[in-house]
Write a protein that binds this ligand. Structure first.
Ligand code: ZN
Length: 321
């Protein structure tokens, strides 16, 4: 399919590339150059694989693991300005998501407003929970101090992409002795799914019913468990939210194909939320453009769904021209 729009594609600035240097390996060294490039190799690969537009976002953990609040605010602004400058060179091929300093909810709301109004960004991408002050903190956005932030997201009318990040060592003891499970193979989805479920179950989406939240990796495993979740919640009291989790998931969430190139999972996602709420993404450079595109272009789904997922849904959701 030509003219695809890919919506979970990452870049870095030198400050955030260094933060991710925790992965000391040839794999990570090769990724760094790709994260810092927007107009060269990335564009060549987009052309080769039928991607018309990429919506670019800062790499994980990005701003969310900066402990000092003032430094988080500065880094978000520097990254967003750098991205806006890069997009301005090829506005026909790139759009942007704002990185946000969630350490300070008011500053995050202000930065999102600036990015949408002045930089013409299409929404925000945040790497799950935020650390504030000390290493061992994990602040989730269902907490009361974020209600005014969400009010601003709803008022601005832009989607919020909830992206994975590393779990904290103190919260991953079940992985002891099995470090290969911690990150993208398993832990990322576990962490992001819990965050998404907290948002759904907290009542946030009763207060702000127009919020639109995007999650990647074909739904971070939530579609597969959604029926059982609601089935068991009929017997487990205490959830503040008024509707079923399925109702929020189908009304307030969108799912992307980032890094999950499996047709069975794609079909399950379509059956769960409908083809209007599934969007194409690669997760470059952590995944290959060629792999994601060749899979999607040949996936055994209806052509009308391929057009929606590959392009049209993103045009509508992100107000792309
Ligand atoms: Zn990603």
């Amino acid at each position: 399919m030509q003219g695809k729009i890919a919506v979970e594609e990452h870049f870095a600035i030198p400050a955030t590339t260094g933060r991710s240097a925790r992965y000391q390996s040839p794999y990570w060294s090769a990724l760094q150059a790709k994260l810092l490039d927007i107009h060269d190799q990335r564009l060549v690969e987009m052309d080769r694989n039928g991607i018309a537009t990429e919506i670019i976002s800062l790499n994980s953990n990005g701003v969310q693991s900066i402990l000092d609040v003032a430094s988080a605010v500065d880094t978000a602004r520097i990254a967003n300005d750098a991205l806006a400058e890069a997009i301005a060179k090829r506005p026909d091929r790139f759009a942007g998501f704002a990185a946000l300093p969630m350490q300070d909810p008011q500053a995050a709301a202000t930065e999102l407003g600036r990015c949408v109004r002045d930089l013409k960004f299409k929404g925000a991408l945040v790497n799950s929970f935020t650390q504030v002050g000390t290493d061992d903190t994990a602040v989730y956005y269902d907490l009361p101090q974020y209600r005014a932030f969400w009010a601003e997201v709803e008022r601005l009318g832009v989607p919020f992409y909830l992206h994975p990040r590393d779990q904290l060592p103190s919260r991953r003891r079940a992985y002891d002795g099995h470090p290969w499970l911690i990150g993208s193979p398993w832990g990322f989805a576990e962490e992001t799914a819990i965050h998404a479920l907290r948002l759904m179950g907290s009542g946030l989406l009763d207060d702000y019913p127009k919020l639109q939240i995007v999650i990647g990796h074909l739904g971070e495993r939530i579609p597969y468990d959604l029926w059982r979740l609601d089935h068991r919640l009929t017997k487990v009291p205490g959830r503040p939210a008024k509707k079923t989790m399925g109702e929020y998931f189908r009304r307030n969430f969108h799912i992307t194909t980032s890094g999950h190139f499996c047709t069975q999972s794609l079909i399950h996602a379509i059956l769960t939320v409908g083809a209007d709420r599934v969007l194409f993404a690669v997760d470059y450079p952590f995944e290959d453009h060629a792999h994601g595109c060749s899979w999607f272009d040949a996936a055994e789904i209806a052509e009308s769904d391929r057009i929606k997922i590959g392009r049209d849904n993103a045009k509508v959701l992100f107000s792309l021209g």
